[in-house]
Design a protein around this ligand. Sequence first.
Ligand code: PLP
Length: 287
Amino acid sequence: MSSQIYINGQFFAEDEAKISVFDHGLLYGDGVFEGIRIYGGNVFLHGEHIDRLYESAKVIRLEIPITKEEMVKAVEETVARNNIDDGYVRLVITRGAGSLGLDIRRTSNPQVIIIAATISLYPEEYYHEGLQLITASTIRNHPQALSPRIKSLNYLNNIMAKIEATDMGCIEALMMNHKGEVSECTGDNIFIIKDKIVKTPPTDAGILEGVTRNAVIKLAREAGYEMQETTLTRHDVYVADECFLTGTAAEVIPVVSIDGRQLGDGKPGPITHELLKLFQELTRSSV
Ligand SMILES: Cc1ncc(COP(=O)(O)O)c(C=O)c1O
């Protein structure tokens, strides 16, 4: 059955859900987005995602034409109409149709689009065996050029690095920042564990401040682990005891090798397992 797509307060069948070819979202990647998980029909960490969406929009001077409360209701209605029990919802806000020039004063009507779908997860075996990563030669966007904290419609930076990963037979790539420090992966945040201390790069390392990342930081602290948001180098990652990635789609996924260096004993580690379990409990408790 065709899904029902929300555009500016109305629902359209997939084939009828259309926006202008002059929309600056299409012409320039000028807009913002969010991806949120649905567990048991509930929108997981809904408020956190909505806050990040409005913050991203504020930074690019895009005024979302509905309030946060209206957005929350629109998302819930889209999920209900599509009967999504376990799935994913994508929110897209574009700058709207304008001229072929860059001037945002010549655009009108930002488009609010909500798509609810079932999700294609990473294959189950990766959660048992762990991922192998490579480091991409493409660095993460310089924060003074396009801050990675903005979840913008311009994802070419990440796509370039993802191409490098898939060329090497990997599903994720580690990305450095402009200073040569570890930032994040193409669509996930990274954590390492060394001597039982859980570490992840800080928000000023040029990362998207992942909603899953923040939830896992809280879980790690509550579980009694020392948790550091600290600068990491490639060396730190190569000699880590354990490593895992976090993201809305991936949840918590173990990493067992990076650039051919095996981490620990080459199997997902015990603290990774514990945090994965705690995160799964959190998703279930939200239902
Ligand atoms: C570049 C990037 N980093 C990290 C993440 C993980 O963020 P979240 O946990 O909010 O999905 C994502 C996914 O949205 C991403 O695109």
